[in-house]
Structures are given as C-alpha cells and as structure tokens.
Design a protein around this ligand. Structure first.
Ligand SMILES: C[S@@+](CC[C@H](N)C(=O)[O-])C[C@H]1O[C@@H](n2cnc3c(N)ncnc32)[C@H](O)[C@@H]1O
Length: 451
C-alpha cells in the first residue's frame, strides 16, 4: 500500500474533485484516509507517477509521499512525536543523493484547521540538523516564517530543496501524524507563462486561468489521448491550449471573429513555445447553437467551456439586471445544449462555467435552475461522491451539485457544472474503498480510530 498527501489549492473543493476524478480516470483504486481544506491523504494500491500527475493537476500544489504514520496519544507536538525518528540512516533515505552542501526544508500541514504550532518546523529541523552534524555533514535548513507552517512551492523551488536534500513534510491531526517527503511541486512559473505571456489577451471578455481550465478538463471524464475536446465559446483559447497540453486535440469556436483570431495567435505562440505536434487543433467561427453542422468530420468526446459570463462588473449589478442576464443565458444554453445532442455521444460530459454573482463574502446569486441541461436530457453529476461530501463537511458543493471558483476581488464568480449526456448507470467519481467500509469521522477530518 502506498500513501500520498496532496496539498490542495485555495479552492480546495475543486482541487479535491479534480484529483479524485483523475485517479478514477487512471483506474487507480484508492481510499481517502484523511482530509482537511489544505491536504488530503490518499492510500492506493499502486505507486503513482507523481511528476506526471502534478503536471496535469491544476488544483494540487504539492505531492508528498508518506512513509510513516504515528498514532498520537494526546496533544503531543509533532516534534515530540518525532523525537527519536530521524536517525542518520532514515535521513539518508529521505534525502536526495546530493554531494554538495545539503539543503532541506520542513513543512507542517494540519488535518484540523484549529491546530496551529509555533516554532515546530524549527524544532523538527533542529532534530535533523543535529543528526547530520554529528556525522560531520554541513546542512542548511529552510523553514517557514511564522505564522506560516509550510513552505510555499516558490520557496521550495527557489532554494532547490528537492534537488539538494528534501522537503520533510509532517501532516498532523489530533489522532494521527504522517511523515513523508515532497516528490514535486506545482510549476507556478509555467502556469504564469501560459497565462500572461500569451500574445492576445482579452481582459474584457474575461479569461479563465489555465489552472481552472485544467481542472475542468480533468472533470470531463476519462478522455483518451488525441480525443477531441470542444470549446464552443473559446474566446482567446485558454481551454484549447490546456487540452492540447494534456495530450488531447481541441476544437474551438466563437461567434466573434476577433476572438477566433486571438485564439489563432495564442495557439500559434503556444504551438511554438511548447513544441506541439501538427494538427492538434481546429478553429471555427460559429454561433454555439449552430456548431453541429461544422463538426461532421470530428468525433467530439467532451465539451469544456466557460460560456459567456455576461458583462464585466465593477460593482454588484441590480437584481433586475442579474435576472435579465440569467434569462438571456438560459435561453442561449437551452439552444446550445440541444445542439450538443446532435454530435455528442451518450455518456460524454459537458463541463461548463456559469456566472454566479457574489452578493456577500459567502453568498452568491446563481442561475435559477439548470433546466437548460436537464430538460435536454443531461444529468448533473456530483463532483465529489456523496459519502465523501457527507464525511468531510467543509467541502463546498452546492445543493445542486456544483462548485464555485471565485476570487476575492471579482463580482462574477464561476459556478462549475458537470453535465452527463444521458442518464449514468453508476455515477462515476465514487470513492473507491479498498479496505473495509468508511470509518466514522471525527470533527477534525481524520478517521476515528477503530478497533
Ligand atoms: C467568457 S468568454 C470565454 C473566455 C475564454 N474561456 C478564455 O479564457 O479566453 C466568452 C466568449 O463567448 C463568445 N460568445 C458569446 N456568445 C456566443 C455565441 N452565441 N456563440 C459562440 N460564442 C459566443 C464571446 O465572443 C466570448 O469570446
């Protein structure tokens, strides 16, 4: 059995849904052993290719291989649990085989958000340093600055911690403590390039971040290499770009000629920069409700799209304006979803972002209903299996099985919906329990100790 921890992104529900969907798509049997808004611990029966996985997961910040689990007796601090853990032999197993001056980092993540430690990373770093210095090894420790308990992926990269030593990671709950090391971190520089270095940007129409695009593609079900993904509201082509990067082929269309030209420019830049093989994408100009006639030569496997989010607002519009926007959208999507039926195979998914107006820090004004999809023969899929959502109550799945991606400064957030063309026999994305049944949950997001 292999144990991994995945550090989840800011919008952790989407991160988790994406991760589990990818494991499902890869047919990995897994069990969620513990989860909190910052980290999920997963047990699986086979070793994962962490680097490959990291590259395709928009919502995961770090992947950690866990080596040891401790049962806590009470409220011990991590450094107390680990007092005698770091022997010279063990440290060498953890550390990268680097001959120069070794460099390591220590990060702590918690399974209970109320757990907060001061100077614990420092104490753990001291335990490791002491052992190495006894062996006359010179080392440098990188530790998070209070109040942070963990190192950012930027710090891990800038200090070359994974190359020159290791990032030791402690996942601490109330009953369990896991120890492991980071296998890889998200390539934040590359995401930045894929976002901001594109030659044609259309801030006015809104551009979906590459990470969110990736998560949505991953939620579009098991897709085979070179399958066609369609974005019928392609704008400047972010979803197309990310689909191609994930080994798929992309078809993009837009009503607006300038948007099609922007996608063309961006994909040309992307093709050269990322050495994309020829014939990986096709661009068309079309009204989304008439796209079918132009797709007779393509077998579209999934639709992933941001659709139109309506006007960009700097302050919350009036309720009547919001309602009018929703009404227009409902009408458009009703036609568009009907059109999808003309070329989408049964079981294919449509992953779409709908606008959600942020009326307060926690409340949104959503479209009244999803009838435009359900009345056209689509089923809304649960992004996170029901038992899991019940077990980890902090997960944010709306009553109609959707998730919200928002940013602090934005008035219009994105509501992500996963539609299934038809009625699924067994809902996918089920938690695969590999040993026994789900053990009752404690408050903190850990499993209760069962015996
Ligand atoms: C929010 S933008 C999409 C942004 C895109 N995901 C990106 O990152 O660049 C929506 C796009 O939908 C297009 N659009 C609006 N109504 C349309 C329709 N009926 N058919 C096709 N495209 C449409 C607009 O021209 C715009 O480019």
């Amino acid at each position: 059995m292999f144990q991994y921890a995945f550090i989840l992104g800011r919008v952790y529900t989407i991160s988790l849904a994406e991760l589990l969907a990818v494991l499902d798509n890869l047919s990995v049997a897994y069990r969620v052993a513990a989860c909190s808004p910052e980290v999920v611990v997963i047990e699986c029966e086979k070793q994962l290719d962490a680097v490959k996985l990291q590259a395709r997961l928009g919502g995961v910040i770090k992947i950690i291989r866990l080596f040891d689990t401790f049962q806590k007796k009470g409220k011990e601090f991590p450094s107390q649990v680990l007092t005698n853990y770091f022997t010279f032999k063990r440290i060498n197993e953890y550390f990268h085989d680097y001959t120069g001056k070794k460099q390591f980092g220590v990060s702590i993540y918690v399974l209970d958000p109320t757990l907060h430690f001061r100077d614990e990373s420092q104490r753990i770093a001291f335990l490791i340093k002491k052992v190495l210095q006894e062996q006359a090894q010179s080392v440098r420790a990188v530790i998070p600055q209070f109040p942070a308990q963990s190192l950012s992926s930027v710090l891990v990269n800038e200090n070359q911690i994974l190359q020159k030593g290791a990032e030791i990671v402690v996942i601490c709950g109330n009953q369990k403590l896991f120890v492991g090391k980071t296998l890889c971190v998200q390539n934040y520089e590359d995401y930045g390039r894929r976002d901001y270095q594109r030659p044609a940007r259309d801030e006015h129409a809104g551009m979906i971040p590459p990470k969110v695009s990736q998560s949505m593609i991953n939620l579009a079900g098991p897709l085979k290499p070179l399958d066609y993904v369609l974005d019928p509201f392609c704008g400047s082509g972010t979803i197309l770009q990310e689909s191609i990067l994930m080994g798929l082929r992309a078809i993009g269309s837009d009503l607006d000629q300038t948007a099609v030209e922007n996608s063309e420019k961006n994909l040309e830049w992307f093709r050269n920069r990322y050495h994309v093989p020829p014939n990986r994408y096709k661009l068309l100009r079309a009204h989304a409700s008439e796209i079918g006639s132009q797709l007779s030569n393509f077998k579209v496997a999934a639709v992933v799209t941001e659709g139109t989010l309506g006007p960009i607002y700097t302050k919350l519009p009036k309720k009547s304006e919001i309602d009018a926007n929703f009404k227009t959208l409902s009408k458009l999507y009703s036609q568009v979803f009907k059109e999808f039926k003309t070329f989408l195979p049964e079981g294919a998914r449509v992953v779409i972002c709908l606008p959600a107006y942020k009326v307060s820090q926690t409340d949104y004004e959503f479209m009244d209903n999803l009838d435009f999809g359900t009345e056209n023969g689509y089923t809304v899929l649960d992004p996170i299996s029901e038992p899991l959502a019940l077990k980890y109550k902090f997960l944010r799945v709306t009553g109609r099985k959707t998730m919200v991606y928002d940013r602090k400064d934005q008035i219009v957030a994105r509501e992500i919906v996963i539609f299934y063309n038809g009625i699924p026999k067994v809902e996918s994305n089920q938690e695969t329990v590999i040993e026994g049944t789900i053990v009752p949950e404690t408050e903190s997001g850990e499993e209760a100790i069962s015996n």
